[in-house]
Design a protein around this ligand. Structure first.
Ligand SMILES: [Zn+2]
Ligand SMILES: [Zn+2]
Length: 366
């Protein structure tokens, strides 16, 4: 499934300010609002698309992640339905007369199960090559015996008397500035609209039961710790509402940490700090180092200093959005031994060497 660019959807440049993004979203939301386009599926899709774009671009963290990785499902909210959108961004419609979408069409409301979150760790090699991970998760799935509503046989439900089967209760309060209408989830049935008279033996009336799920996650190369993947519908089923009234929550898979395998990662570059003997630094030498993937041979020149960098282009971390790769960089760390480490004869040699004009005080001042 190819997704349109979030900036393109809202019609703003990448440099747009928060305010410009908000304005652009409000414009799109009003244009494609379901109240203005009743029964228009295309408008509804555009409305959802704009909400998803705004969900990412209005959040600093998600925006910067999106700017870096694009549509790696990087924290995109993935709205299940219109109610989700209104729940998230209802404030943006303030003053536009669209505030009552929820209460006008309560029959559209679906109950969403809990979102689940798991954390996984990668190695630097996984980040370089990309990796397929098998994710095993235990979650709540619908009970098949009762079709998820918790009643024996799945169909002996009776409407809740408190809310008369609406799932929510509307109260009108008279105040000096006019009537204030408040809608809340029915406290008796907790919004489920119905009660069962006899409970399902299999799930003990819960409507859900534990199930194990396995999912294969393709992790692209170049990912960083903190990245999040969303498996829509991979979370828990909502209890006691029945399959037709509920939707699964989402599963969030968070890259918790990346084991850098003794290297240091700086963006797309991989750094190796390599200890070098003072003799090799003076004379130069062919050295061998190991990258996360392979062995590399290279020559250090005579007179190598601590901090000198040897750069191997294109041997670092791949970019998640282009075919570029960072560099592998070896930084020389010249080790200077102390007097105690030498035996007597060696000290004499060093003292003799110290008489060379190279080591006269003024040679270091130039
Ligand atoms: Zn059941
Ligand atoms: Zn009720």
């Amino acid at each position: 499934m190819s997704k349109r660019d979030f900036y393109e959807i809202l019609g703003v440049p990448k440099s747009a300010s928060k305010d410009e993004i908000k304005k652009a979203y409000r414009k799109a939301a009003i244009k494609f609002h379901p109240d203005k386009n009743p029964g228009d599926k295309e408008a509804e899709e555009k409305f959802k698309e704009a909400a998803e774009a705004y969900g990412v671009l209005s959040n600093d963290e998600k925006k910067s992640h999106y700017d870096q990785f694009g549509h790696a499902k990087a924290g995109a909210p993935g709205f299940q339905n219109m109610d989700d959108i209104f729940r998230n961004f209802g404030d943006i419609f303030g003053g536009f007369g669209f505030g009552n979408f929820n209460s006008q069409q309560p029959q559209q409301r679906k109950f969403k199960g809990r979102d689940l979150r798991i954390r996984i760790s990668l190695t630097l090699l996984d980040v370089i090559n990309g990796v397929d991970r098998e994710i095993k998760i235990s979650r709540l799935g619908y009970c098949d015996t009762c079709n998820g509503n918790g009643s024996k046989g799945g169909n002996s439900l009776k409407p809740c008397e408190t809310c008369r089967g609406a799932g929510q209760i509307t109260t009108v309060q008279q105040t000096i500035i006019g009537n204030i209408t408040q809608t809340q989830i029915c406290p008796a049935c907790k919004g489920a609209k119905t009660f069962f008279t006899e409970k399902c033996d299999i799930c003990n009336g819960l409507g859900v039961k534990k199930e194990d799920r396995t999912l294969n996650l393709k992790i692209p190369a170049g990912i960083e710790a903190g990245a999040e993947f969303i498996d829509e519908g991979g979370g828990d089923a909502p209890g006691r509402v029945g399959k037709d009234q509920g939707v699964y929550g989402n599963l969030h898979i968070v890259i918790d940490s990346v084991d850098t395998m003794g290297f240091e990662r700086r963006g797309m570059d991989i750094i190796l700090n390599k200890n070098i003997s003072i003799i090799d630094a003076i004379l130069g030498k062919e050295l061998e180092v190991e990258t996360p993937e392979k062995k590399l041979k290279f020559k250090i020149k005579p007179g190598t200093q601590s901090g000198d960098a040897f750069r191997f282009k294109g041997q670092g971390v791949p970019s998640p959005i282009s075919s570029n790769r960072g560099n592998f960089i070896v930084i020389a760390n010249v080790i200077i031994p102390s007097r105690e480490e030498f035996v007597e004869g060696e000290i004499k040699m060093i003292e003799k060497l110290g008489k060379s004009k190279i080591f006269k005080d003024d040679c270091f001042s130039k």
